[in-house]
Write a protein that binds this ligand. Structure first.
Ligand code: F6R
Length: 266
């Protein structure tokens, strides 16, 4: 397989979700014991809706799948409505047949979080590594909760969230005092080891981060720029998120060429 970084400007968020869900389902058909890396937040919700529909309406089974979520808040109980465990149950896990014992989240409790983080990494390795990692991107360029200036070689660990991330997510907390300021996240090094990465970005708020990630230098100041080092990454963008790309026409042409040359991949 050739190394590639694909930039797909989609007609709509729905088209992006259709394409990503189709990739997940195709990967599942060829490998029923797929290892999936999941993101939370508003961006992947359309994909999760489509996976639930594929299970309910087409009988697609996730019974042999293993999942690893990117991140979870430290300091929220696992049943708090803002916890990512609850988010994933609501949007995906309650609607498909993935066995609960196959679902993994980064550790957020216990006296020795550092060694629990190492165990989480060991678990990913024991499952053969992540086949397909879904990502969103923060308006500050974060992936997972790897905030700007995260080591590009970082592994799963506890991160202090930036003011930007706290402000972006403040709307979910009626009581601002409840909002966690720490999260455990897979590291950038962890994410780069996934065999394939599918990143979606929607809205103008992300446009500068998207341009910096794709067209800027690789820099810890924009963690998503580390994906330039990944051999198989696809960006699924709506037109607002793509609006600041300087080579936008080129990406459109490359997509047309890909559709012509390798229709099964496009
Ligand atoms: C969440 C995560 C974050 C989000 C990012 C975008 O698991 O990994 O990096 O993907 O903050 O969030 P939304 O999708 O809410 O704009």
């Amino acid at each position: 397989m050739l190394s590639r970084m694909r930039i797909l400007e989609c007609a709509s968020r729905d088209e992006a979700a259709d394409l990503v869900a189709a990739e997940v389902l195709a990967a599942l058909r060829s490998k029923p014991d797929l290892v999936l890396g999941f993101a939370t937040g508003s961006t992947p919700v359309g994909v999760y809706e489509r996976l639930v529909r594929a299970h309910r309406e087409d009988g697609v089974s996730f019974g042999r799948v293993t999942t690893f979520n990117l991140d979870e808040y430290v300091g929220l109980s696992p049943d708090h409505p803002c916890s990512y465990r609850i988010f994933m149950r609501r949007h995906l896990f309650d609607g498909i047949d993935v066995p609960p014992q196959n679902i993994h989240f980064p550790p957020v409790e216990g006296a020795d979080l550092a060694s629990a983080c190492r165990e989480f990494e060991a678990r990913i390795r024991a499952c053969g590594g992540i086949d397909l990692q879904l990502l969103g991107i923060g308006s500050n360029g974060h992936i997972g909760f790897n905030e700007p200036t995260s080591s590009l070689a970082s592994r799963t660990r506890v991160m202090t969230l930036t003011d930007k991330t706290l402000a972006d997510n403040a709307r979910f907390y009626a009581d601002p005092g409840e909002q966690p300021r720490l999260a455990t996240t897979m590291g950038i090094g962890t994410i780069l080891e996934a065999r394939r990465v599918l990143l979606q970005s929607f809205g103008f708020k992300k446009a500068l981060a998207v341009r910096t990630a794709i067209e800027g230098s690789v820099s810890s100041f924009c963690p998503a720029s580390a994906l330039q080092m990944h051999p198989d990454v696809t960006f699924y963008l709506d037109s607002e998120s793509a609006s600041l790309l300087t080579m936008r026409d080129y990406y459109r042409r490359a997509r047309e060429d890909e559709a012509r040359l390798a229709p099964e991949d496009a």
